[in-house]
Ligand binder design. Sequence first.
Ligand code: PLP
Length: 297
Amino acid sequence: MSSGILVMIDRPTIGQTGPGDPFRVVPADEPALRATVLAATRGDGIFETAAIRDGRVQAAAAHLHRFARSAAMLDLPAPDPDVYTRAIERGIAALGETDASDAAVKYVLTRGDEEDPSFGPVGWAHVHASEDFTGARRDGVKVVLLSRGYALDVTQTAPWLLQGAKTLSYAVNRAALREAARRGAADVLFTTTDGFVLEGPTSSLVARFGDTLVTTPPEAGVLPGTTQQGMFEYATTIGLVTEFRDLRVDELAEADALWLTSSVRLAVPVTAVDGVSRAADTALTSAVNAFLVARDD
Ligand code: PLP
């Protein structure tokens, strides 16, 4: 996989942009950031990762909307959606048609520089060819249940933990994935201390109970998933009911099927939970992923 294209966004927030392009295209494998930028020193910032198919960002508006939501949760100035859109388009053009047929973009806003308050917020968009997730979509993933260490009401009791914001501080999520690997699984479902199930470290949970698809509501401190939203859109077109509600861990055993959903990997069936095998709903997985790949919103 190539290292892709980096578009540095020097003036990424509303009110900061003046005349001329507020960004510049640089090779992604060349140094581009100050070592004192708060993204690097504190993980203080936000990001989005979106899929690019046939040169177009999928669910572009939903990602920009969530980006703005995360910024507000971190008291960051509002990112300029137009600047990010243009920067990403520039990156896609520089990546070239072949790679941009199946690619991804990670775009970032960070608060500024730890040493230099005049530096202001900076951002970037990294556009690169996508990893191949065909195998995971077909074969599914085994997951383990790992505690997130707080209760279901964390967003009310401790909003400063920023649960449900897409912050750059993903070290905990990465540690959870390493713990999953130690336990022989490829992914994780986070649980609360009071017995509810939340989401994966980089994905939403969708469970099917008969004709109803269920996901955990954002109030529980999970990230509102753009792919889960797409899956729900598809579900309604084929007569399934969709529901946001708190899901108890013990309900997982009663579900007919479970998926982890995320923008680039799409809907992946869960084939085992804590070593107990689960049946995959292959037909619905294929149909949902065909819908998600074809979406042009
Ligand atoms: N939950 C978390 C914690 C995530 O990091 C992600 C995506 O990376 C998701 C859910 C799924 O969101 P989306 O479907 O918009 O990619």
